[in-house]
Design a protein around this ligand. Sequence first.
Ligand code: AOS
Ligand code: ZN
Ligand code: ZN
Length: 439
Amino acid sequence: MFTPKTKQPSEMMTTPELIAQTNQSLLADHQHQLYHLQEILAKKQIDIEPVIQKLQAFQVSVPSWALGTGGTRFGRFPIGGEPRSIEEKIADTSLLHQLTGSNNAISLHIPWDTSLDYSAVRQFAHSRGIKFDAINSNTFQDHPQQVYSYKYGSLSHTKAEVRRQAIEHNCEVINIGQQLGSKALTTWLGDGANFPGQNNFRKAYERTAESLQEIYRYLPTHWQMLIEYKPYEPNFYSMVIPDWGTALLLAQQLGDQAQVLVDLGHHLPNTNIEQIIARLAGIGRLGGFHFNGSSYGDDDLTTGALKPYRLFLIFQELVNAMWSDAPTNASDIAWMIDASHNTKDPIEDLMQATEGILIEYAHALLIDQKMLEYMQEENEVVQAQEILQAAFRVDVRPLVAEARFRNKACIDPLTFFRAQRIRAALIEKRGVASRATGL
Ligand code: AOS
Ligand code: ZN
Ligand code: ZN
């Protein structure tokens, strides 16, 4: 591994020159692997060029709260050097993007990410090559300045004054997003009930729909409202928006600017998520996507670490929807990683998640959609499965590395991050006790 002699200024952590220099030392090996793969795929009539270009274009945004360590209700183990402000979160996103070439946006969460000067924040992000993706409201926690508690709900609350406060918060989040150049509001509600009899399901839904209607009316014309669903947590008996059906119903009642957001961890075990994706993409209502990995529920583990085949099947539905001209266009979807880091270095985990996402996207891009459709039409079940398996078994990592290389990012980001001792530099700069805002 190449290690530079000069120490980088801790402000920038790395430079394009250093990345290019390091890439040079890895280039011969990388190209050897790429040419080998190119030959294998050429024999199957697959041209790697369009695949690499699509991988280069794919950008997945970083949630501001995942740049620090998360935790559980049992505890938290901060790693040190965590970002202490929006600017530092943007700096970490920019660093990550320099290394991966695939994370050019940040998704903020209000009020975890407030500022006195959003135009300065916007300028700072612009100077670092970072954009603002969907902005998140937060009515699942009580915040210091608020008058009413969300203990019994927010947009669905029985009391009009609590609903009003939650509506106004969402409008305020839109105002902030507008100043930053964001184009979507993500609403995820913790609203629900822990006990039978606690809520009137029908009325809780109606109140939520009415509250969302008010926020929707406030939405700028070029914005989207993304409605995220979740079957349980923080309420364990019922959630007001538990599933994609409810989220879709709300979106349809609201209008064309309202879309459903699918978080991979927000399904009960064994749910066929790829079918949900196909349904929503097919009717043009898939607006947002939260990537993570899950074993049981909303585990927020690293994307692709546990169920790469399922992620591949999800990407197959997206690629197929684009191929077949379904109303959903991937470029209109707000892609975001939504994870919580209890064990790993958050930046390293985001690199692994990004790699996991791109690998399964690449696998899906290798599928001959026309041939698959033919096999499906002819009820050639065995051959259809063979097509999927053949794509999934290819080691596409050289394609992903090539996309990064062409994006002027690292051929091997994780090794670079470690060799440059970037976490140590962040700790030196921000201290060992620095803690990012978030859960
Ligand atoms: C919560 O489970 C959801 O995934 C939301 O997207 C939430 O805003 C985010 O995870 C921060 O808690
Ligand atoms: Zn989410
Ligand atoms: Zn979640």
